[in-house]
Design a protein around this ligand. Structure first.
Ligand SMILES: Nc1ncnc2c1ncn2[C@@H]1O[C@H](COP(=O)(O)OP(=O)(O)OP(=O)(O)O)[C@@H](O)[C@H]1O
Length: 267
């Protein structure tokens, strides 16, 4: 798969637009109010915000798993099945199925046989470094490897947009760093667009070029922090003064969002 490089921010084509999006649950829980967000092709966006500010709800609306109460979500050129890959906090693998069968799932749901999509499955597993584990079962894998399978499953349809809902939050720090590095390498190879939900200022700065900071009650965009550090980002970036400055900036923005309602910052 050959793909052109990602243009600099400001020169990217639009992928989708969320305009004046509201989501109300049970008639009275206002999860999102007047959410506006433009997502461009190649963006790596982190949604950062306090618990309950509607980050997961925003992802579910974009994924089409749920419908907004009002407002529009518009894809440039429309959207097809397979355009979106989703990775959740838990790997959500079928324990009775092999790695290969788990990664097959999105194609299987579209009526394709394992034989038909075997090459795509192998490609996705290679992307996450697990091509030798096709026939393994989830119980034989570490937590980090299970998450890689989950990422391969999201990649297997070659989606235009990958949605990740706190995918590494349950992993230990070392595995998390390793998967952060690998995710950036993957993004560099695939030139894909990613929206990544996290509670971690450090993770959002390391990964993204745009941090969308959300405020709660009701959930909305509070501010946006641009992370203009060049990719590839390495351990050198993680220990640089520039990284520390950007973390401070993102942390201030997060505290600002929390103070909009007098909440206590915990990130
Ligand atoms: N299915 C649902 N029914 C009723 N209320 C819901 C539902 N899903 C979410 N909510 C409410 O909507 C608000 C936003 O929830 P959401 O899970 O999107 O926030 P979040 O920012 O992802 O939180 P966290 O960081 O804790 O995962 C919360 O008040 C939550 O209780």
């Amino acid at each position: 798969m050959t793909t052109p490089s990602i243009p600099p921010m400001g020169q990217r084509d639009k992928l989708l637009q969320m305009s004046n999006v509201d989501k109300v649950f049970n008639g009275n829980v206002v999860a999102l109010s007047d959410l506006n967000l433009t997502v461009n092709q190649g963006d790596f966006i982190s949604l950062l915000g306090p618990s309950g500010c509607g980050k997961s709800t925003a992802l579910r609306l974009i994924s089409g798993l749920m419908r907004q109460t009002s407002g529009q979500i518009t894809w440039e050129g429309g959207t097809n099945s397979g355009d979106i890959g989703v990775v959740f906090q838990e790997p959500t693998l079928m324990p009775w199925a092999t790695v290969e069968q788990n990664v097959w799932l999105p194609h299987r749901l579209r009526g394709k046989s394992l034989f038909e999509v075997r090459d795509q499955i192998l490609w996705a597993l290679k992307m996450v470094g697990l091509e030798k584990f096709q026939k393994s079962y989830p119980r034989e894998l570490s937590g980090g490897m299970k998450m890689r399978v989950s990422i391969a499953r999201a990649l297997v349809t070659e989606p235009r947009l990958i949605l990740m809902d706190e995918p590494f939050a349950a992993l230990d720090e070392i595995t998390r760093h390793k998967l952060n590095n690998d995710l950036l390498m993957l993004r560099d190879k695939l030139k894909c667009t990613v929206i990544f939900v996290t509670h971690s200022v450090f993770e959002s700065v390391f990964l993204s070029d745009r941090i969308v900071v959300m405020a709660a009650r009701p959930g909305r965009v509070s501010s946006e922090v641009t992370v203009d550090a060049p990719y590839p980002r390495t351990e050198e970036f993680r220990t640089s003064a520039g990284y520390a400055d950007l973390c401070r900036k993102a942390s201030d923005a997060l505290h600002g969002a929390m103070n909009e309602h007098g909440e206590r910052a915990s990130a």
